[in-house]
Design a protein around this ligand. Structure first.
Ligand code: C2E
Ligand code: CA
Ligand code: CA
Length: 681
């Protein structure tokens, strides 16, 4: 039996080969024995019949001579007595003595009754001198022919039973001997089945079993190679050769169990290397591979140094394109956790080099500790991820898990639930911030801004829910519902003959959807708003990310008359070349520049440059966030045509905006404008 095999109990069941073979041999022996008995019986019977026949014939011949003599002497009475005496012999019947002419000389019917005779005899009556003086005819009944004597069968029967008694253990013995390699092969198969593949079965019988064993060994060796390959693929990250997420999960489970049994506590660090993925997108696959290899080597070195300090050999695993995990299965209680975190992240303070490029990968680190922060690998990983996410917002870019993060995550989950319900109940509404012609002071349109209007009439600002909606994948439905709301309201105003131009913000995810142009056209159609009344605001970074694609998305809508504005202009990194290619109509100067007009010495020059650029590119300019008369005056003098901001009005509920739209001018309203969030009309 191969080493380590778990032997299953071997019993002689009614289906085992030994028992079946035994049954077969016994049946064979039994049948042979019975045939022998039958054969012996019939031969004995023949022998017996023959000897009885000869005896009866001898008896008849004796009587034939005796009766012949008395018939020749003419003593027919004596002949009759002799016939009587012969008929008295058991089994004799119908004994007749006839003369040569066929006449009865004497007759007796015999001792046995009716029934077919077994045999008829016809012998001559011979007188002294050999003269035949007549015939002696008689019949013999069946009864004197006895069945074969059992004495001859008994030895056969006994022999038969003995043979059967002997054949059972003998058969079992031989069958077991013959099938021993089969058992060996079965044990071997069971060992293989238990996933232990590094074994071979050794059978040298020189027969089919040996051939089968060789085939088995060959098969298992190949299986072993494939399994090793599969395991490698299943537990190793192909690009870095580091353990992968499944392997980490496995080891983390073991480490947590160890800590729970009273061992030293451990830690799981998650390291995010921002921009690692973008290297591939911008510099190609070769650069991505080399930078990843370089980053992995740095990380390995840093971790093994940190491990040596903490007295262990931490595991480094790669979980996704930019995420790595460092597992310290145990950590001394006195260890400096911040020191370890710094040691892991520090190597990425210096940029990596690839050809002439310097690639800065910024590291973000989150950590959770076990058993303190969780009982399962899933919980520890989730908590380390929460810490990693929170680390983005910290200046040091590292954070350890704390229960408050968990509470914040729960609150976020709750918010998501509420937002989904709010979407179903149409609680996301467009408010309208008027845009003012700086020369005439007349309203030339409005920017629709999202507000979450709760059933209790409280209003939540987009700064609170837009980032959350982006994270939860709800930004598209939220933005779409604002677009729809704004278009329906503007369409109603346009039917009254009011200036209904409305600008709506587009989120990056909406813009990434290939169906975006179709969706907008459908909404315009359904609302009945002329496309010329709609302006879509796209941030500078969205437009610049892929200029060709942006053009492809914008053109079909512009062809229908929809206008496009670059939002937050000046905050991104637009190249002039790209700007001239983009088919925009409006350039919105970001409010940070307007805010800076009175404080920042460079701001006026910057605003002037942007205005000059807008004029050169034939864009309309809109200044955002105008809060003071001075800002408005500066912009008016520099030729900025349109402005929006708290100086004129915050975003208003539709009914209120409708009211001032009917007045046509905001100036009368100015005194009442509040920069705070507005009550619902
Ligand atoms: P944004 O598109 O740059 O919108 C202008 C923001 O500046 C608005 O904030 C507006 O209320 C505020 N604002 C206007 N005038 C002044 C001013 O004089 N001073 C100051 N300090 N702020 C002023 P809001 O409404 O909180 O919106 C914030 C951002 O949320 C928007 O920035 C936009 O990026 C996003 N957003 C708003 N509504 C939507 C929407 O319907 N869809 C999408 N995708 N994003 C939206
Ligand atoms: Ca905007
Ligand atoms: Ca803006």
């Amino acid at each position: 039996m191969p080493k380590g095999a778990q032997r299953s109990p071997r019993i002689l069941t009614h289906r085992s080969i030994a028992v079946r073979f035994c049954l077969f041999v016994c049946t064979l022996v039994f049948l042979m024995g019975m045939s022998a008995i039958a054969a012996v019986g019939s031969i004995g019977e023949l022998h017996m019949r023959d000897s009885i026949r000869r005896e009866i014939e001898g008896l008849g011949s004796g009587y034939g001579i005796a009766i012949g003599r008395v018939v020749q002497g003419g003593d027919l009475d004596a002949a009759q007595r002799m016939v009587n005496s012969m008929a008295a012999v058991p089994g004799m019947r119908d004994v007749r003595a006839e003369g040569v002419d066929g006449k009865f000389l004497a007759r007796a019917s015999g001792s046995t009754g009716a029934g077919p005779p077994a045999e008829r005899f016809d012998l001559p009556l011979i007188a002294p001198g050999g003269v035949v003086v007549g015939r002696l005819k008689y019949e013999v009944s069946e009864s004197p022919m006895p069945p074969p004597p059992f004495t001859a069968v008994w030895p056969i029967l006994i022999g038969l039973i003995a043979l059967m008694g002997l054949s059972v253990p003998l058969t079992i013995f031989f069958v077991r001997r013959i099938t021993a390699p089969l058992r060996q092969l079965t044990d071997f198969a069971e060992t293989v089945n238990a996933n232990r593949l590094a074994i071979q079965v050794d059978i040298k019988t020189g027969d089919e079993f040996e051939t089968l064993a060789r085939a088995f060994n060959h098969m298992v060796a190949r299986l072993d190679t494939s399994m090793r390959r599969v395991q490698r693929l299943a537990f190793v990250d192909a690009a870095t050769e580091l353990p992968n997420a499944d392997r980490l999960q496995h080891d983390l489970r073991g480490a947590i169990a160890g800590a729970q049994r009273g061992g030293a506590p451990g830690a799981l660090f998650l390291l995010q290397l921002d921009r690692l993925q973008r290297v591939g997108e911008t510099l190609g696959a070769e650069a991505a591979h080399e930078v990843l290899t370089g980053a992995t080597a740095r990380l390995r070195t840093a971790v093994s140094a940190a491990g040596a300090e903490a007295g262990g050999a931490p595991m480094v695993a790669r979980l996704s394109a930019e995420e790595f995990a460092i597992l310290f299965a145990t950590l001394p209680k006195t260890v400096d956790l911040r020191g370890i975190a710094n040691a892991i992240a520090q190597p990425f303070d210096q940029s990596l080099e690839w050809r002439e490029h310097k690639i800065a990968l910024s590291a973000i680190l989150g950590a959770a500790f076990f058993p303190r922060d969780g009982e399962t690998p899933e919980e520890i990983l989730r908590h380390a991820r929460l810490a990693l996410k929170a680390a983005r917002e910290t200046p040091l870019r590292m954070r350890f898990f704390s229960r408050s993060l968990d509470r914040a995550a729960a609150a976020r989950l709750n918010l998501e639930k509420e937002m989904r319900a709010a979407l179903d109940q149409n609680q996301f509404r467009a408010f309208f911030q008027p845009k003012i012609d700086l020369r005439s002071g007349r309203i030339v349109g409005a920017e629709a801004l999202a507000r979450w209007v709760r059933p209790d009439r409280s209003v939540i600002s987009p700064a609170k829910f837009i980032p959350a909606a982006e994270e939860m994948g709800l930004i598209c439905p939220v933005s779409e519902s604002i677009l729809r709301d704004a278009c329906w309201k503007a369409a109603a105003w346009s039917r009254e003959g009011l200036c209904a131009r409305v600008a709506v913000n587009v989120s990056a995810l909406q813009f990434a959807d290939e169906d975006f142009p179709d969706k907008v056209l459908t909404i315009l159609n359904q609302a009945g708003l002329p496309p010329q009344c709609l302006e879509l605001e796209i941030t500078e970074s969205m437009a610049m990310e892929d200029v060709d694609r942006a053009i492809r998305m914008i053109e079909p809508l512009r062809a229908q008359g929809v206008r496009f504005a670059i939002d937050d202009f000046g905050t991104g990194h637009s190249s002039l070349a790209s700007l001239t290619r983009l088919p925009f109509d409006v350039l919105k100067i970001d409010q940070t520049f307007i805010r800076g007009l009175s404080k920042d010495g460079h701001a006026p020059a910057l605003v002037e440059t942007i205005l000059a650029m807008a004029a050169a590119l034939n864009y309309d300019a809109v200044a955002e966030g105008v809060e003071t008369d001075e800002e408005a005056e500066f912009l008016r003098r520099r030729g900025c045509p349109v402005a929006q901001g708290f100086l004129y009005s915050a975003a208003l509920p539709p009914a209120e905006y409708h009211r001032i739209l009917r007045q046509g001018s905001i100036l009368a309203q100015r005194a009442g404008a509040t920069p705070a969030l507005d009550p619902v009309a």
